[in-house]
Design a protein. Structure first.
Ligand code: NI
Length: 401
């Protein structure tokens, strides 16, 4: 009962053009909510799915939703993941759909991701004859922090029915609209976090011999930590160690008693997770010992790297090639040290996460993600739906028994 995609190619596109993608995105943009507080967002998704008669479950991992759409005959189960949360940023755009929640903004495009997933759900529910098996749409909370993917997996969203593979996308202002960034293997980095308090011995600024200067010790630690990437790691493995916070001291003539630093560590190779953590602890402990200071460090592995399955990346690439229709539209050099908790889904089942180009220089839509003036070219929304729909039709073929 699955009709040939080629005979209805233009029909798919015109059907998708009928969807209210931009209106949905602009509504969501006006009411951004932080992680695990996506109540209005979830209510909107719930209302739309209910209106369209799509089976779904709300309240998963607090504000998450999973919609299940069965095709006309048995087949594989493909999940599509969209994140729904916004950021603690005050919007500086003067657009009619500007955020109405002061200090909160969809500055990463997750409003667009939710609209694309809704559009995909609507299309699939109306075209169940065009795919076999089941599509699960996972509307996930709290991607930015503290992470909603793990709690959703723990709540069983990849079971009943068991998900065979997963796809997801991120609108991407690092790429122009009309392009798709897709690659096999590592796409985004692991995200680790550390905090460290240095305990020295304070005193008079003119009498250093009576003290253990926490400023000097901290400064040496900051420099020494840079050697993790430069001297500990294989230079063919990319990584970043960034100390984003450094605090010590209270006055110009007082030697600091304590210092505090925090930072983030990024890398693609999962085997580096213990290596970098151990080396970081060794350096901090060693530098402190050499000065008679002590340290108290904490290290967290927040998100693993986003690693795409080669077959699923091939699927997305071939579909995106047919949708984009320009030879230069598929960008394989799209790796980034940014992180994403889509990685947890990709650890559980094979899948592909990809970037949907959304910048438009002529229209001034070039601000980076997480900037108070971030906005994107909304024509990308329909492209996102079309890629998802065609991935479903290509992946969810009837089982041969
Ligand atoms: Ni994001």
């Amino acid at each position: 009962m699955v009709s040939s995609p080629s005979c209805t190619d233009t029909q798919i596109r015109s059907d998708i053009q009928q969807l209210d993608l931009i209106a949905w995105r602009r509504y969501l943009h006006q009411y951004p909510e932080l992680g695990f507080k996506e109540h209005l967002t979830a209510e909107f998704v719930d209302q739309q799915l209910t209106a369209w008669g799509i089976e779904h479950q709300t309240g998963i991992a607090k504000t998450g939703i999973v919609a299940t759409i069965a095709g006309d005959c048995p087949g594989p189960v493909l999940a599509i993941r969209a994140d729904m949360d916004a950021l603690p940023i005050h919007e500086e755009n003067a657009v009619p759909y500007r955020s109405r929640h002061d200090g909160v903004m969809h500055a990463c495009g997750h409003d667009g991701h939710t609209a694309i997933a809704l559009g995909t759900a609507h299309y699939l529910a109306q075209h169940r004859h065009r795919f076999a098996g089941t599509v699960k749409l996972i509307f996930q909370p709290a991607e930015e922090s503290p992470g909603g993917a793990q709690p959703m997996i723990a709540a069983g969203v990849l079971q009943n029915p068991q998900v065979d593979a997963i796809i997801g996308l991120h609108l991407w202002n690092n790429l122009p609209v009309g392009t798709v960034g897709v690659k096999s293997g590592s796409l985004m980095a692991a995200v680790d976090l550390f905090e460290c308090t240095i305990q020295g011995k304070g005193g008079h600024g003119a009498m250093p011999h009576q003290t253990t200067d926490a400023v000097v010790v901290s400064a040496q630690i900051v420099n020494a930590l840079q050697t993790i990437v430069a001297r500990t790691m294989n230079p063919l493995d990319a990584a970043v160690v960034t100390i984003g916070q450094l605090q010590a001291g209270t006055a110009s003539n007082v030697i600091a008693d304590t210092g505090f630093m925090s930072g983030t560590v990024r890398y693609f190779n999962p085997e580096l997770a213990p290596v970098i953590e151990v080396r970081l602890q060794q350096i901090i402990t060693g530098v402190c010992q050499s000065w008679g200071a002590t340290s108290d460090c904490r290290y967290w592995h927040l998100y693993p790297p986003v690693i795409n399955d080669p077959d699923m990346a091939d699927l997305v690439r071939s579909v995106a090639t047919s949708v984009i229709e320009t030879p230069t539209g598929i960008v394989p050099t799209c790796q980034t040290m940014g992180g994403e908790d889509m990685s947890f889904f990709l650890q559980a089942v094979p899948g592909c996460y990809f970037f949907l180009g959304s910048a438009n220089t002529e229209r001034g839509l070039t601000y980076p993600h997480h900037h108070p003036q971030f906005d994107f070219d909304e024509t990308a929304l329909a492209t996102g739906v079309e890629i998802f729909v065609r991935c479903v039709e290509k992946f969810c073929k009837p089982s041969v028994r």
